[in-house]
Design a protein around this ligand. Structure first.
Ligand SMILES: Cc1ncc(COP(=O)(O)O)c(C=O)c1O
Length: 353
C-alpha cells in the first residue's frame, strides 16, 4: 500500500470525497469540553452558540442545525412549499439526482429540472418552467434552488454577478430562492467575497459543516426567524430533534470559524492534480473555475471507471465514479501536494500512459 496514515487514521490518498475527513485535534478537544444540554428544549449552549454564529456570519435572522445536507435541503423545501407546489432545480443538482427523490417522496412537491450544465440554472430555463398560480392545471411554482458550488458540473463556484442576476430574477417573479450550499464557502474563498454577497440575495441556505470544513457531521440552515421555526418543526417530524447536540456543534464551530480560509489549499491541490493529469494525456473536464474537484474520463480504452477504481485501490488510492467512464477526485484537508503526486503516478500506471 502506498499511503501514509497519521495517528488519527487519516489516509492521505483518499480522494473519494471531502466527506472522508477526520476531525482536527482542536475539534476533538472542543467536542470533549463542550457544555451541553437538551437541544429539543433549546437548552444546549454550544448548539445555540453555533446557530447564532452561523446566522450572524450569513447575515440571516436565525439558523438551525440539521443532521446532514440532505436533511437541511429537505426541511428548507418543506418550509417554503406546500404539497403540490412546483420547485425549480437544476437537472444535474444534488437535490434532483442524489437525495433519494425525497422532494417527491416526502415533500410531495413537483420538481421541474432546469438547464444547469454550466452550474447555475439559466434565466431562460426558469422562465420556461415557471407556472404562475391561477391556472388549475399546473403546479404553482414556489421555489428555485441553486447549488453553489455545483458538484456535478465540476465543483463549479457560481460567480456573484451571475448568482445575483438569477436570484433577483426569480424573486421578482415571486419565487423564494434556496441555496444548496454544501460547499458554499469554497465559492466564497475562491472568489474572495463575503458570504453575505450570496446570502443577502436569497431566502434560505444550507451549508455543510462536514464537507471541506472538516467537521464530523451536520449542516446549518439559515433564513428568517419564521422560516427557521417552520424548519425546526419539520426537522423534529423527520426525527432530527436530537438532545446533547453541543458535542456536534463544538466541532461545527471550529469548522465555521477556523477552517474556511484553508479551503484555498484544496483548490490549489485540485488545480495541481488537474494540470498533472492533463499533461499526462488524461481527458480532464475543463471548468471555468476550479475549486476542490477534478472530473475526468478514462477514455475508450480497456480500463473503464470501475476497473480504474479497483486498480488504484490495490495501490491504496481511493477515487470515486459517478458514471461508467467518468471519474471524480476531491481534495480536502487530508490531501497535500505529495498526495497528489503519488496519486497521479498510480493513475498513470493503471491507465498504462
Ligand atoms: C451539493 C451537495 N448537496 C448536498 C449534499 C448532501 O449532503 P449530506 O451527504 O450531508 O446529506 C451533498 C453531499 O455530498 C452535496 O454534494
Amino acid at each position: 500500500m502506498g499511503y501514509k496514515t497519521d495517528k488519527n487514521g487519516v489516509n492521505n490518498l483518499d480522494f473519494r470525497s471531502d466527506t472522508v475527513t477526520q476531525p482536527t485535534e482542536e475539534m476533538r478537544r472542543a467536542m470533549r469540553d463542550a457544555p451541553v444540554g437538551d437541544d429539543v428544549y433549546g437548552d444546549d449552549p454550544t448548539m445555540n452558540e453555533l446557530q447564532e454564529y452561523a446566522a450572524a456570519l450569513l447575515g440571516k435572522e436565525a439558523a438551525l442545525f440539521a443532521c446532514s445536507g440532505t436533511m437541511g435541503n429537505l426541511i428548507s423545501l418543506l418550509s417554503h412549499c406546500d404539497r403540490g407546489d412546483g420547485v425549480l432545480m437544476g437537472a444535474n443538482s444534488h437535490t434532483w439526482k442524489n437525495e433519494c427523490g425525497n422532494v417527491a417522496a416526502i415533500a410531495g412537491v413537483m420538481p421541474y429540472p432546469l438547464d444547469d450544465s454550466s452550474g447555475c440554472p439559466t434565466i431562460e430555463s426558469i422562465h420556461g418552467s415557471y407556472q404562475p398560480s391561477g391556472n388549475l392545471h399546473y403546479a404553482h411554482t414556489k421555489l428555485l434552488t441553486i447549488e453553489n458550488t455545483h458538484n456535478s458540473a465540476g465543483g463549479v463556484p457560481i460567480d456573484v454577478a451571475v448568482f445575483g442576476a438569477v436570484a433577483d430574477e426569480a424573486r421578482s417573479m415571486g419565487l423564494k430562492v434556496h441555496v444548496d450550499g454544501a460547499r458554499l464557502f469554497d465559492a466564497v474563498v475562491y472568489f474572495g467575497v463575503d458570504v453575505k454577497e450570496y446570502s443577502s440575495r436569497v431566502d434560505s441556505l444550507q451549508c455543510c459543516l462536514s464537507k471541506g470544513l472538516g467537521a464530523p457531521m451536520g449542516s446549518v440552515v439559515c433564513g428568517s426567524r419564521d422560516f427557521i421555526e417552520r424548519a425546526r418543526k419539520f426537522r423534529k417530524s423527520l426525527g432530527g430533534g436530537q438532545r446533547q447536540t453541543g458535542i456536534a456543534a463544538a466541532a461545527g464551530l471550529v469548522a465555521l470559524r477556523d477552517m474556511r480560509g484553508r479551503l484555498a489549499e484544496d483548490h490549489a491541490n485540485a488545480a495541481l492534480l488537474a494540470d498533472m493529469l492533463g499533461e499526462m494525456g488524461v481527458a480532464v473536464e475543463s471548468v471555468p473555475h476550479r475549486t476542490n474537484m477534478v472530473y475526468f474520463s478514462t477514455g475508450d480504452g480497456p480500463v473503464d471507471a470501475a476497473a480504474l477504481i479497483r486498480l488504484c485501490a490495490e495501490k491504496g488510492l481511493l477515487i470515486g465514479s459517478p458514471g461508467k467512464r467518468r471519474v471524480r477526485m476531491v481534495t480536502h484537508v487530508g490531501i497535500d501536494a505529495d498526495s497528489v503526486k503519488t496519486a497521479v503516478g498510480i493513475i498513470k500506471e493503471a491507465l498504462s500512459l
